[in-house]
Design a protein around this ligand. Structure first.
Ligand code: ZN
Length: 180
């Protein structure tokens, strides 16, 4: 950050009084510009033991498969964000289920949250940010072509839980890039 979004003057990094971290502070209007982690919300959309994946039409990880997910917007809940991303990326309408994974990714200041979801029909397709969308049997997931560590981890857990016949919420951390 270089400029204040309130008055347009320069910002500098300093520890405000009563704080213990460096913050961007405007040299003119003294506004403190806090920066906090961003939430990525998505779904594990299933139909008859198959999971719907999207092949990314955007960088990063162009051409790799992902669960539908994206940055939460202001004025929405994580559940709404997950459903919206599923509609935007996979043109899919889902019945939202329980929260499934919460994965902290501290080195990129993100928290990824995936909900279980059931496709309401086979009426889905490739949204603006996808090259194609496809249902994969759980034995057929393209492990070598997955986009992000949080997607991989969520699918690994999903397979484990599926084989046990019982799904629980998983809260985990990924502290470095686990690229294959
Ligand atoms: Zn300012």
């Amino acid at each position: 950050m270089k400029y204040c979004s309130t008055c347009g003057d320069h910002v500098e990094q300093r520890i405000p009084q009563g704080d213990n971290r460096y913050r961007y502070v405007c040299v003119n209007c003294e506004t403190i510009h806090y920066q906090n982690p961003r939430i990525v919300a998505g779904t594990v959309p299933v139909m008859d033991d198959q999971v719907l994946l999207c092949r990314r039409a955007i960088e990063p990880r162009y051409g790799f498969w992902t669960l539908p997910a994206g940055f939460m917007e202001n004025s929405e809940t994580t559940l709404e964000a997950a459903a919206r991303e599923t509609l935007e990326e996979a043109l899919a309408t889902v019945t939202m289920g329980d929260l499934y994974t919460v994965i902290h990714v501290p080195h990129i200041d993100q928290v990824h949250m995936f909900y279980r979801a059931t496709l309401t029909s086979e009426d889905f397709g490739a949204g603006e940010e996808s090259l194609e969308t496809r249902l994969f049997a759980l034995s057929d997931i393209p492990w070598d072509e997955l986009s992000f560590p949080t997607v991989r981890r969520t699918l690994e857990l999903f397979l484990e839980d599926h084989s046990k016949g019982r799904y629980t919420v998983h809260v985990e951390d990924i502290r470095y890039q686990m690229r294959k």
